[in-house]
Design a protein around this ligand. Structure first.
Ligand code: ADP
Ligand code: ASP
Ligand code: MG
Length: 423
């Protein structure tokens, strides 16, 4: 008997028909002798619908922090509804089942509305229910802060709920059921030739997630690494009654060992995101402390900065560029124009929200030279201009015009032989 956490994403929970299928699959696992905790997302489209209603009532002026608490109160209801429906469907399958909202467990988070971090999970109630033979359904995406306010964990946060619950319960495995049958070399919706990876190293998965592969929320991967939670991504769209042994081995395993097959590939995957915007402060005096004066002000406003470049100075002046999340774009522009620009005596602040970041990821990059330059060559052959570059040991990212994103991803996927089966 094993203790297993299943997570089902929005599409997998998208209709009563699909919820019934989830219940049948869970029932199969229970009847095979396992203890199950199930973490569902809201039905697909529901979180967007709810947040859209809020926007209708109070169109966000750059930032919605004024009513962030209420956004969480609102958005969290999607998961509450789907959890209750799943518990009902499980009971209809003849299983004893109970659903809990995050606060009932309790899942404690900090107070950062709309992007809260889980701080602790009380496992007592869940353990008691499991011991009593129940299937426990726990809402994804949400928790409660110290003052009992409901918080949410950021878009895609149900992955993190599931892995954190698995860590707290010391579960034998956490299975993330979704609408693709695993982690691919890149988003299969963009590159039809993308291949599923049987295994991907934890480090590579962490980079892929942080660079935009939305198949797993980055914090779920961080949790898996920190608590060594065995984690697998697999399809919820197979027939629910397929052989359980076969199902348990399907999809993609996130591994904590680096085996040789992974060493052989220089680049393992390609990630991209359209969520950032570029801001350039032009004509700043090139004196010590400039980066601090610009980025310090941005950090004080709680805005995260990603790629940064400072140009060579000419006649004592330089240009300074960086990227922020698009949601923070307007706010950052306002801040720079109103305070930083006058204080620095800079010439102008210009922004560009039509950019994207494309990244190649692979542990093999550690031991191979020339990988980045090959990436630059491929992009130049496609006539794509690189605006910014950022590298680390196992990834290289470029910022390019958004309209070339798909072209860049496809060209790189082919150039690094990711469409070919591994030797
Ligand atoms: P869920 O609702 O189950 O959480 P998501 O939409 O959050 O599902 O994540 C699954 C989607 O992630 C897939 O449909 C796919 O389009 C996208 N995706 C992006 N990058 C990858 C990748 N490298 N491998 C697999 N899927 C990816
Ligand atoms: N329902 C939430 C969202 O759409 C959480 C999730 O699906 O993981 O972001
Ligand atoms: Mg998701």
């Amino acid at each position: 008997m094993a203790l297993i956490v299943h997570k089902y994403g929005g599409t997998s929970m998208g209709s009563t028909e699909r919820i019934r299928n989830v219940a049948k699959r869970v029932a199969k696992w229970v009847r095979a002798g396992h203890q199950l905790v199930v973490v569902p997302s809201a039905m697909s489209g529901e979180t967007n619908r709810l947040l859209g209603l809020a926007k209708e009532l109070a169109p966000a002026k750059g930032h919605s922090s004024a009513y962030a608490r209420e956004l969480d109160m609102l958005a969290s209801t999607g998961e509450q509804a789907s959890s209750a429906m799943l518990a009902i469907a499980l009971q209809a399958e003849g299983l004893d089942s109970v659903s809990y909202a995050g606060w009932q467990v309790a899942i404690r988070t900090n107070n950062a509305y709309t992007k809260a971090r889980i701080e602790s999970i009380d496992d007592r109630k869940v353990r008691a229910d499991l011991a009593a033979g129940k299937v426990v359904v726990i809402t994804g995406f949400q928790g409660m802060d110290e003052q009992s306010n409901i918080t949410t964990l950021g878009r895609g946060g149900s992955d993190t709920s599931a892995v954190a619950i698995a860590a707290a319960l010391k579960a034998d495995e956490c299975l993330i059921y979704t609408d693709v049958d695993g982690v691919y070399t890149t988003d299969p919706r963009v590159v039809a030739e993308a291949r599923r990876m049987e295994r991907v190293s934890f480090e590579e998965m962490l980079e892929m997630a942080s660079l935009g592969s939305k198949v797993l929320q980055i914090r779920s991967v961080e949790f898996a690494g920190k608590y060594k939670v065995p984690l697998r991504v697999l399809s919820s769209f197979t027939d629910w009654d397929i052989d359980i042994e076969q199902e348990a081995k399907s999809g993609t395993l996130i591994t904590f060992e680096e085996n040789e097959t992974m060493e052989q590939a220089v680049v393992s995957g390609i990630a991209f995101n359209r969520d950032e915007a570029k801001i350039s402060v032009l004509g700043v005096p090139d004196t010590p402390g400039i980066a601090y004066q610009i980025l310090g002000a941005v950090a004080d406003a709680n805005i995260e900065v990603d790629v940064i470049i400072q140009n060579l100075s000419r006649e004592g002046k330089t240009d300074f560029s960086f990227t922020v999340h698009r949601n923070d774009f307007a706010r950052t522009m306002d801040l720079l124009n109103s305070t930083v620009l006058p204080a620095l005596g800079a010439v102008e602040v210009v922004g560009d929200a039509k950019i994207c970041k494309v990244s190649i990821v692979g542990i093999g990059m550690r031991s191979h030279v020339g990988v980045a330059s090959r990436m630059f060559r491929v992009l130049s052959e496609e006539g794509i201009n690189i605006q910014m570059i950022s590298t680390s040991e196992i990834k290289t990212s470029v910022v390019i015009d958004e309209k070339y994103m798909e072209l860049a991803v496809r060209a790189l996927h082919k150039a690094f032989d990711l469409d070919q089966p591994k030797a």
